[in-house]
Design a protein around this ligand. Sequence first.
Ligand SMILES: Nc1nc2c([nH]c(=O)n2[C@@H]2O[C@H](COP(=O)(O)OP(=O)(O)OP(=O)(O)O)[C@@H](O)[C@H]2O)c(=O)[nH]1
Length: 316
Amino acid sequence: MSKRHVDVVAGVLRDARGRVLLTRRTEGRDFAGRWEFPGGKRKASESPDEALVRELREELGIEARVGAHVITVPQEYPDKRLRLEVREIDDWDGAPRGREQQALVWVPPEKLDRYTMPPADVPVVAALGQPPLYLVTPLPGEDDGRWLAGLDAALKTGIERVQVRVPGLAPERIRALASAVARRCRKAGVECLLNGDIALARLLGTGVHLTAAQLGELDERPLPGSVPVGASCHDLAELRQAEALGCDFAVLGTVRETPSHPGVAGIGWAGFAQLREQVSLPIYAIGGLGLDDLDEARRHGAQGIAAIRSLWPMTA
Ligand SMILES: Nc1nc2c([nH]c(=O)n2[C@@H]2O[C@H](COP(=O)(O)OP(=O)(O)OP(=O)(O)O)[C@@H](O)[C@H]2O)c(=O)[nH]1
């Protein structure tokens, strides 16, 4: 029997100190005792805004003004397929209180991941706190100085997460480039991950971005939680392995056909969402995407966009 679809809307309320409101699911409901963003099921007759205003009135006793879209997460649960649409709440009248006997807590954004939440909320918490763009470096041409100037220009645009991917170069040149990028990222307060090279990542104190082939060879997270671990995935088995290893995020694609893989059809946004709903991980979409695709990516449950060309401000 096919599972029922449920549309849920939830809100991000922030107090004057920037803390975010979580409420605790009461006994007798699924995920009882876990923390969540206030909200609930949308009725067929309601728009998402209307449903969210009603739910916040019923649950918290406030009159809310609904703001920007944050992320819409498709998530499969044992008994249903959920679509969780999360919106900012710009302002409200009244003081939030638990009208349904639920506990309330205001949490600094960087501490949200300490609260146990339903699986669909893992990508939501990441969308609130982690970078929406993930730059993958292009191959350098002859001139490494020019390539590093390209990186500097990318960092100036506000990129906060970078993967050093320079396959096929001599090992000494890879080491030199990786160490130069790591230094620049550290100075700029930007996360740096090396593609595939766990030993070099340990040496340089960076994160690592696992290739799909590496995923199958590992049985535990290769680096501590203090540095990021990402993974490239193309199918459900790889996503599940990335999740089992405790990766911080995955990259999934390709969404569109790209010049680097001509003739390989992309999975499209529907294909992306269908894979996304079966794991509880932040996932970047990759494959022929640029800044213009960010909104659509977020509407299909993506953390954001990973890209080479569109995030690199000059030709290498
Ligand atoms: N409000 C809210 N619901 C969430 C979040 N994350 C998440 O997975 N959900 C799921 O979305 C559904 C929301 O349903 P609800 O809270 O309105 O309804 P309920 O449990 O009373 O459902 P019931 O009518 O099936 O008993 C639940 O399955 C809940 O687990 C979240 O952050 N906020």
